[in-house]
Design a binder for this molecule. Structure first.
Ligand code: ATP
Length: 297
C-alpha cells in the first residue's frame, strides 16, 4: 500500500460552516435486510457533501429517507433553515419538499412533453397556487398572485441563463441533448428554492466536457445560492474535484467521514469501494482516480 493514511473515521470534515442537515443514528430495514445501519453525519451550509460507496451500500436509501420516499426504521433527520429545525423523519414527501429538500434522480425525471420554460415554471406550482389562495378568482384577480407569477418567470429566466439554455426555452424538454437535460433537471430542482439539494448521480452518462460544466454549475450553486448540496456519485474524479466533505458507506455502515483528500487514501475505503485487498490489484485508471502513487512498486 503506497497511499498515505490520514482519515479519522467519524470526525466531521469541517466544523466551521453551520449545520444544515443532521443525520443521527439513521437505520432503515427492509424485512431482514438492514440497508442503513446506525448512520450519523452532518452536512453543512454552503458545502458539497458526497455520499459514496460500492453498489448496494445504501446511498439511494439515505436519499429516499431524506426525501420522504421511505419512513426510516429509526433515527432522526433534522434540516435547519431560516424557518427553524424541521424533523424530516416525521414528515411526508410533500412537507419535506416544502421544508426545503430538493432532489434530482438517477434517471432524469423532467416533463418530456412540456417546454424547457414550462418545466421550470411547474416546479414553482405550489408557490403559485398558494399565492392564488387555491381559487380561480385568485388566479385572475389577486395582486399577490401576479407578483408571485412575475417572480416565478424571473427565477425561471435567471436559471435558463445560468444553465445556458435561454435560447432553448421554448423547445420540448425531450428534444434537448442528454447533458442539457441533466442541467435543466438541476435548474428545475433549484426553482423549488431548496435549502439542501440532493443529487443522485448527476454526472452519469455525461462526456468529459459536460462533466466539467456540471462541476462548475454545482460549485456556483454552492457559492452563490445559500444552498448545501448532497451528492451521490460513482465518478470519483467528480467527487474529488468538487466535494468539501465525503461520507463513505459500506453495507449500510459509515466507514469514513472526512475531507476528500483524506478519504481517498483511506485503505478501508479503497478495500470496500473497490472490493480488493491490495491496491496492486486495482485497475490503473481507478488507482489514478483515487490518487494512489504506484511509482515505487
Ligand atoms: N424498497 C426496497 N426493498 C427492499 N430492499 C431494498 C429496497 N430499497 C433498497 N433495498 C436494498 O437496500 C440495499 C441498499 O440499496 P441502495 O439502492 O440504497 O444502494 P446504493 O448504494 O444506492 O446502490 P447503487 O450504487 O447501486 O445505486 C440494497 O441491498 C438494496 O437491494
Amino acid at each position: 500500500m503506497t497511499g498515505s493514511i490520514t482519515t479519522d473515521v467519524g470526525r466531521p470534515a469541517s466544523a466551521t460552516a453551520a449545520p444544515l442537515l443532521e443525520v443521527e443514528h439513521l437505520t432503515m430495514r427492509f424485512g431482514g435486510l438492514t440497508a442503513i445501519d446506525n448512520l450519523s453525519f452532518t452536512a453543512r451550509q454552503n458545502e458539497i457533501t458526497a455520499l459514496i460507496g460500492p453498489n448496494g451500500a445504501g446511498k439511494t436509501t439515505v436519499f429516499n429517507c431524506l426525501t420522504g420516499f421511505y419512513r426510516p426504521t429509526a433515527g432522526a433527520l433534522t434540516l435547519h433553515t431560516a424557518t427553524g429545525a424541521h424533523k424530516l423523519e416525521r414528515m411526508d414527501g410533500f412537507r419535506i419538499a416544502r421544508a426545503g429538500v430538493g432532489r434530482t434522480f438517477q434517471n432524469i425525471r423532467l416533463f418530456p412533453s412540456l417546454s424547457v420554460l414550462e418545466n421550470l415554471l411547474i416546479a414553482q406550482h405550489n408557490r403559485l397556487m398558494a399565492a392564488s389562495a387555491f381559487s380561480v378568482a385568485g388566479l385572475f384577480g389577486l395582486p399577490s398572485y401576479r407578483k408571485v407569477e412575475s417572480e416565478a418567470l424571473d427565477l425561471a429566466a435567471n436559471w435558463l441563463r445560468r444553465i445556458d439554455l435561454l435560447d432553448h426555452a421554448d423547445r420540448l424538454a425531450s428534444e434537448l441533448p442528454y447533458g442539457h437535460q441533466r442541467r435543466l433537471e438541476i435548474a428545475r430542482a433549484m426553482c423549488t428554492r431548496p435549502a439542501v439539494l440532493c443529487l443522485d448521480e448527476p454526472a452519469a452518462g455525461l462526456n468529459p466536457r459536460e462533466s466539467l460544466e456540471l462541476n462548475n454549475l454545482l460549485l456556483s450553486i454552492r457559492d452563490q445560492d445559500q444552498v448545501g448540496l448532497m451528492l451521490i456519485e460513482h465518478d470519483m474524479s467528480v467527487v474529488m474535484a468538487i466535494s468539501d466533505h465525503v461520507v463513505v458507506l459500506d453495507y449500510g455502515r459509515k466507514i469514513a467521514d472526512d475531507r476528500p483528500e483524506a478519504v481517498r487514501n483511506d485503505p478501508n475505503v479503497i478495500r470496500a469501494y473497490l472490493g480488493e485487498e491490495e491496491d496492486e490489484a486495482l485497475p490503473d485508471a481507478v488507482a489514478a482516480d483515487l490518487g494512489i502513487d504506484r511509482g515505487t512498486h
